[in-house]
Design a protein around this ligand. Structure first.
Ligand code: NAP
Length: 311
């Protein structure tokens, strides 16, 4: 049986919230491990430009991720790959198990797993994923220089990332299921001025079409008239909201009905010593700034919690 490595704090997820919690906790002289299923940065890596994070007029998501990582690790916090499968209680300690069958013990755990992109769940979506269907303009936009693209969704992400894609594509058509956008007015205003963007309202995608190799269009339905149609496109970018990444924590009884984690204002869940921060939390606003604020609170709270354990 492999030896269980022990830390004061295990932070699950190395997005903006997790990296901030790790920075605060390690700066308080706690031993800290950040575990992430991929590269640090979380959804920052899918974000072209961020204009609403204090201190930066505008910064690319991956650049901000690197700055945060350097800050998080400067006081000794460690970072490792691993998808957390379960957290169990072992006396006063928490046992964190990953998909690589590694086990870590911690006095406190901060869950910062964030959210994943919601899928449309229509025929063709899975089949053409990576062959014209994408959830990440920053990652895949360069494959579509001079092409015609469809963006599905009407929130901040659809409109902002759609506008980012106009730097590369010939045209970006945004299909919005209602008669209006959900995106913030400032984001809408910028997109409306962009000649390469077109908005088609009351329209849902019912199927993603393609040939043997790649996407070549979508089937649509008008939600007011019921009229169906087809629209040609070389790529389809889907931004229809997020779902919580909480499958690994169902045993802890800390989730709300939609699967987000419930906390108090100190980021404490119903289980003493387990905290949750950022997008994964039941919260009215999901932004880099709110995740960072949550992370600072949790980083300080774990210090208080561990100090109280020692007495
Ligand atoms: P969101 O705000 O939840 O918006 C989801 C959009 O997708 C809505 O327009 C929704 O339509 C539409 N939608 C949902 N299911 C659909 C379906 N099956 N078919 C077609 N359309 C569908 O999600 P988001 O834009 O991904 O943003 C997620 C969070 O990140 C938000 O809190 C947002 O503020 C934040 N964010 C912020 C920024 C920024 O501040 N610059 C940038 C990106 C994201 P309805 O309106 O009809 O529900």
């Amino acid at each position: 049986m492999a030896e269980k490595k022990q830390y004061d704090v295990v932070v699950v997820g190395a997005g903006p919230g997790g990296m901030t919690a790790a920075m605060y906790a390690s700066r308080a002289n706690l031993s800290v491990l950040m575990l992430d299923r991929g590269i640090y940065g979380g959804n920052l890596n899918n974000t072209a430009e961020i204009e609403n994070y204090t201190g930066f007029k505008s910064i690319k998501g991956p650049d901000l991720a690197k700055e945060m990582y350097d800050g998080a690790t400067q006081f000794g916090a460690e970072y490792a790959y691993g998808t957390v499968k379960q957290i169990e209680l072992e006396g006063q300690l928490k046992k964190v198990t990953t998909d690589m069958d590694e086990t870590f013990l911690a006095k406190a755990v901060v869950i910062a797993t964030g959210s994943d992109q919601r899928h449309l769940n229509v025929p063709g979506e899975e089949e053409f994923s990576g062959r014209g269907v994408s959830y990440c303009a920053v990652c895949d936009g360069a494959f579509f220089k001079g092409k015609n693209l469809i963006v599905v969704g009407g929130g901040d992400a659809a409109v902002e990332e759609g506008e980012y894609l106009t730097q590369l594509a010939a045209k970006v058509t945004v299909l919005v299921r209602r008669d209006e956008l959900r995106a913030e007015p400032i984001i809408q205003a910028s997109a409306m001025k962009n000649d390469k963007m077109e908005f088609v309202y009351n329209t849902s995608v019912t199927e993603i079409l393609g040939d043997d190799v790649k996407v070549n269009g979508v089937k649509t339905r008008n939600n007011q008239t019921g009229e169906t149609g087809e629209l040609a496109a070389d790529g389809v970018f889907i931004y229809v909201g997020n779902v919580p990444m909480t499958k690994a924590f169902t045993n802890l009884d800390i989730l709300d009905e939609q699967g987000w984690i419930k906390t108090d204002e100190r980021m404490q869940t119903a289980v003493p010593g387990i905290y949750a921060i950022g997008d994964v939390r039941e919260t009215p606003l999901r932004q880099v700034a709110t995740a960072v604020g949550d992370g600072a609170i949790a980083g300080q709270q774990v210090y208080q919690y561990i100090k109280s354990m020692a007495n």
